[in-house]
Design a binder for this molecule. Structure first.
Ligand code: NOJ
Length: 532
């Protein structure tokens, strides 16, 4: 079996606004990423995914795109991107962009045309509907950011649909001209040398053609946020989306077929496993990696995690490559959810499961969610439904690099506050500490390279009890065991008796050796073992 870079490699997610500022305006930029490329290669990552850098009014911080083929001047210029791409490639790093095909900014020229009159040729590029008989919205669909998903347009007497903010109008992907134009956008970046895309809200892209009401959610509680009042049965995950994913895949494959390198497509999809799997494709291949977000919210219990992993593995279609995610720019950070001690165990889990791992910037430092004072809240999600804990600013704070002012992120005023412990929780400091979580991430990534069993090896759960999650990874002649204690109490694990086992790496300072075929794990300890 040929193993491809996106199967063995780790993808590192960069939230561009928060990574590294170079011009003192308090937000990150492309030159900032370039400045930190050596950090990324020394950490051992293989690919970076950059959150949207396109010209944008920033109503949703770049997920409201006003020009798909440009760079926002706050982040730099197209030439800076080309330079970054060259510099990354020179170091063997792949670069993925964030493609936002479901919706454009309401300031995109296409939308301006579309809303200008009912008979404008671009009218049908977006989703326009007449009011309901009572003059209200056409149906009960709710925006993911709360409130009706329909916005009234006085001038033309119709509503337009927006799954997110009213400043993010949904494109009509049933329109062939929209499809053709957006496929050309992909080619524009692929031709420049981009190695792949993370595709924003892929499962939202096609809506039921007749726009029926969504069913009410019987389990709705106000604390969940307004969007959960209904189940998104008709507004998302329609069968036609798979044809679009297949077209995108065919475009990506055409580059490899012409000897221009393997390109990868990763779909952002929040769906239960059985509805996630079809995004790998059926008759025609879909995206390479439908994001698997299960670890973010799963109960942190050994037995249920073991079942989750086994169920996911067995649900994969033939040839479907797994992937795992612990955090991203929309969800609480792993160190906040699981605590500092378990964040280390989670790191070992992420980097030893079978499949492509994605690492969210700052998680390698054990960065926690940062409390944002009310006056500094930026995220429209929080501003629209305050106080429910749905805001995403806390997980988008600046990367702390150094012990100097503003942790080396900016010479200006950071757009969001830094983590309060930045003077010790920063790259410079933690790189020197032999037992920091940063050092652990480095060790784990190095180990994945020297032991392919950890990245591409077969996976098998081992019998374990209590808080222990244990599995074997096997590749060629090599067999490794990973044993993770998800609890605070010491635990014992009986090891397979065909060998004596010795620890390769522990999440704690030193691992105890196995004695009489049994491993004694300290509380919050994870260990990788190899046969003697
Ligand atoms: C998903 C992105 O991850 C999120 O940050 C954004 O707000 C929505 N899509 C809308 O584009």
């Amino acid at each position: 079996m040929t193993v491809l870079w996106w199967q063995t490699g780790l993808i590192y997610q960069i939230y561009l606004r928060s990574f590294q500022d170079t011009n003192g305006d308090g937000i990150g930029d492309l030159k900032g990423i370039e400045r930190r490329l050596d950090y990324l290669t020394s950490l051992g990552v293989d690919a970076i995914w950059i959150s949207p850098m396109y010209p944008s009014p920033m109503a949703d911080f770049g997920y409201d795109v006003a020009d798909y083929c440009g760079v926002d001047s706050r982040y730099g210029a197209l030439a800076d991107f080309d330079e970054l791409l060259d510099q990354a490639h020179a170091r063997g790093l792949k670069v993925l962009l964030d493609f936002v095909p479901n919706h454009t900014s309401d300031r995109h020229p296409w939308f301006a045309e579309s809303r200008s009159s009912r008979d404008n040729p671009k009218r049908d590029w977006y989703i326009w509907r007449d009011p309901a008989p009572d003059g209200g919205p056409p149906n009960n669909w709710i925006s993911d950011f709360g409130g009706s998903a329909w916005e009234w347009d006085e001038a033309t007497g119709q509503y337009y649909y927006h799954a997110f903010l009213k400043e993010q109008a949904d494109l009509n992907w049933r329109n062939p001209a929209v499809q053709a134009t957006m496929y050309d956008v992909m080619r524009f970046w692929f031709d420049r040398g981009v190695d792949g895309f993370r595709i924003d809200v892929l499962w939202h892209m096609v809506k039921a053609a007749d726009f029926p009401d969504n069913p009410l959610n019987p389990d709705y509680q106000p604390a969940m946020g307004d969007m959960h009042r209904v189940l998104q049965l008709h507004s998302t995950d329609q069968p036609e989306v798979h044809g679009i994913a297949a077209e995108m895949r065919a475009i990506a494959e055409s580059y490899a077929a012409n000897g221009l390198g393997e390109r990868v497509l990763i779909g952002e999809i929040y769906l239960p496993v059985e509805r996630l799997m079809p995004y790998y494709g059926r008759e025609r291949a879909g995206v390479h990696l439908p994001f698997n977000f299960q670890l973010i919210d799963a109960p942190w219990k050994a037995r249920s995690l073991a079942k989750l992993i086994a169920d996911y593995e067995s649900a994969l279609p033939p040839g479907g490559w797994p992937n795992w995610v612990l955090g991203n720019h929309d969800r609480p950070r792993v160190a906040t959810k699981r605590g500092q001690a378990q964040a280390r165990v989670a790191a070992m889990l992420l980097l030893t499961l079978r499949g492509t791992p994605t690492l969210y910037y700052g998680d390698e430092l054990g960065l926690s969610d940062v409390a944002i004072p009310l006056a500094q809240v930026q995220d429209p999600r929080e501003l629209r439904e305050p106080g429910l804990g749905l805001g995403r600013d806390p997980v988008r704070t600046p990367m702390p690099w150094e012990r100097s002012e503003n942790a080396g992120f900016t010479t200006g005023k950071p757009w969001l506050p830094l983590n309060a412990d930045w003077s010790t929780r920063n790259v410079e400091q933690m790189a020197e500490e032999p037992h920091s979580i940063l050092t652990l991430y480095r060790q784990l990534l190095a180990m994945r390279r020297t032991h392919p069993a950890l990245s591409v090896g077969d996976f098998a759960l081992l019998d374990a009890e209590g808080d222990v999650l244990a599995y074997e990874r096997r590749h060629g002649g090599e067999r490794l065991i990973v044993a993770l204690n998800l609890g605070r109490q010491p635990q014992r694990l009986q090891l397979p008796d065909w060998s004596d086992w010795r620890p390769l790496l522990s999440t704690l300072a030193d691992a105890a050796p196995a004695v009489n075929g049994a491993l004694l794990l300290s509380g919050n300890e994870g260990v990788i073992l190899k046969p003697h």
